[in-house]
Design a binder for this molecule. Structure first.
Ligand code: NAD
Ligand code: WQD
Length: 374
């Protein structure tokens, strides 16, 4: 008997696939909806290879409310949603903001509306540390606590902060309306998870990030330098007020992040807290040069870089204060930056074409041997 059944939107994507695996490994049944806009259906096969259980999959667009209705109807056991499906390229969001609002905000409204019709009442939402904008504009806000004022500096970030408000308003309204009607209301809950910088891959080397198009994040780009697909990494500014002049981020292993979703879901289902915003980060800041050094070590050679001017919209420091997650979720990061770099390198080195190729036989054999032993 499953602990519960979870709808995972965007479940074939980078964070969604690792989280779906963590849910299945911890006794949940998983139903994935994804349009495959930025992902591959092969991720489902890899999840099954790793845990021996296959999530249900429906190719549905998150803005298609009738499509979502049909999924909830087919899977009446669903009681919770983890909502990843979104567009996420910061630069692109400034070029086509309407499309970002249509998919990210319109999709969330369609989802909440469909959930309400089908009495599905817990939502864990993928928010982002980008909602804080430049936290150094206030005194004493690094590392960043959840009460730091919100102030995103790009359209992508504004879709996230808008969704946080929509989810908060809807869950609170459902609770109030049910309370006034004398009915149980505590089943309505939301976790707004503000992730810092996710990185790394599954340690097996058969599951990882495989975006369509050109990546823009630091670690996937460094992966391309390490495989020789790119000549060097451009370092966006060495004139920040940090130990080496480069900007500071809080990098979090995707396996830790996946566990954070599991902890948040369990928290909603067991303690009925209403809506809470929670940082998921390590509390440890690393500069761009720290990352280049760590990934060079994992790849076994010095990776070439060139310092260029700052990238527009970048901020000095996004480091989490993870105390709330530690306290209310009983969760903290366990894996190091070095492990994230090693796991990312194992994924990139063995799967240069991502999911468009079979992984090497020895990796698959190791996965099968581990499954047999378990
Ligand atoms: P991803 O692109 O790998 O995953 C997003 C998934 O959503 C993909 O599988 C994509 O196909 C799907 N999707 C996109 N548009 C859709 C639509 N219209 N209908 C249905 N599915 C659709 O990205 P990710 O890094 O795994 O991010 C997951 C979530 O976490 C996103 O909401 C993202 O904004 C958020 N987030 C990511 C980061 C990061 O750095 N990766 C940081 C903070 C927050
Ligand atoms: C990290 C650091 C760059 C590329 C973004 C989104 C955020 C979240 C995570 C979704 C910065 C530097 C980068 C390069 C570089 N995503 N850099 N050369 O900007 O912290 O966060 O992804 O929610 O919302 O804004 O991540 O990986 O792009 O950059 O020097 O080629 O690496 O300046 O200091 P960022 P990133």
């Amino acid at each position: 008997m499953a602990v519960g059944t979870v709808l995972v939107t965007g479940g074939t994507g980078y964070i969604g696939s690792h989280t779906s695996l963590a849910l299945l490994e911890n006794g949940y049944d998983v139903v994935i909806v994804d349009s495959l806009y930025n992902s591959s259906v092969v991720a489902i096969d890899r999840i099954e290879l790793l845990c021996g259980k296959r999530p249900a999959f429906h190719q549905v667009d998150i803005t298609d409310e009738a499509g979502l209705d049909a999924v909830f109807k087919e899977h009446p056991a669903i009681d919770s949603v983890i909502h990843f499906a979104a567009l996420k390229a910061v630069g692109e969001s400034g070029e086509i903001p309407l499309e970002y609002y249509r998919v990210n905000v319109g999709g969330t409204i369609a989802l909440l509306s469909s959930m309400t019709k089908h009495n599905v009442t817990n939502i864990v939402f993928s928010s982002s540390a980008t909602v804080y904008g430049d936290a150094t504009r206030f005194p004493n806000m690094i590392p960043i606590p959840e009460h730091c004022p919100i102030g995103p500096t790009n359209s992508y970030g504004r879709t996230k902060s808008t969704n946080e408000l929509i989810i908060t308003d809807h869950v609170e309204a459902q609770r109030n309306n049910l309370r006034k009607a004398g009915k149980p209301f505590e089943q309505w809950n939301g976790a707004l998870l503000r992730y810092f910088n996710p990185c790394g891959a599954h340690p097996s080397g058969i599951m990882g990030e495989d975006p369509h198009g050109v990546p823009y994040n630091l670690l996937p780009l460094l992966g391309k330098v390490a495989t020789g697909e790119r000549e060097k990494i451009l370092v966006f500014g060495d004139d920040y007020d940090s130990k080496d002049g480069t900007a500071i981020r809080d990098y979090i292993h995707v396996m830790d992040l996946a566990r954070g979703h599991l902890a948040a879901l369990n928290h909603l289902r067991s303690t009925h807290p209403g809506v809470q915003a929670i940082n998921l980060g390590s509390g440890r800041g690393s500069t761009v040069f720290d990352i280049i050094n760590a990934f060079s070590k994992a790849a076994g050679r010095e990776l070439a870089y060139e310092v260029v001017p700052r990238r527009q919209g970048d901020v000095l420091d996004l480091t989490a204060n993870p105390a709330l997650a530690n306290e209310v979720l009983g969760w903290k990061t366990e894996l190091t930056l070095e492990q994230a770099c090693e796991d990312l390198w194992r994924w990139v080195q063995n799967n240069p074409k991502g999911y468009r190729q079979e992984p090497p036989a020895e990796l698959l054999d190791a996965v099968k041997a581990k499954a047999k032993a378990a």
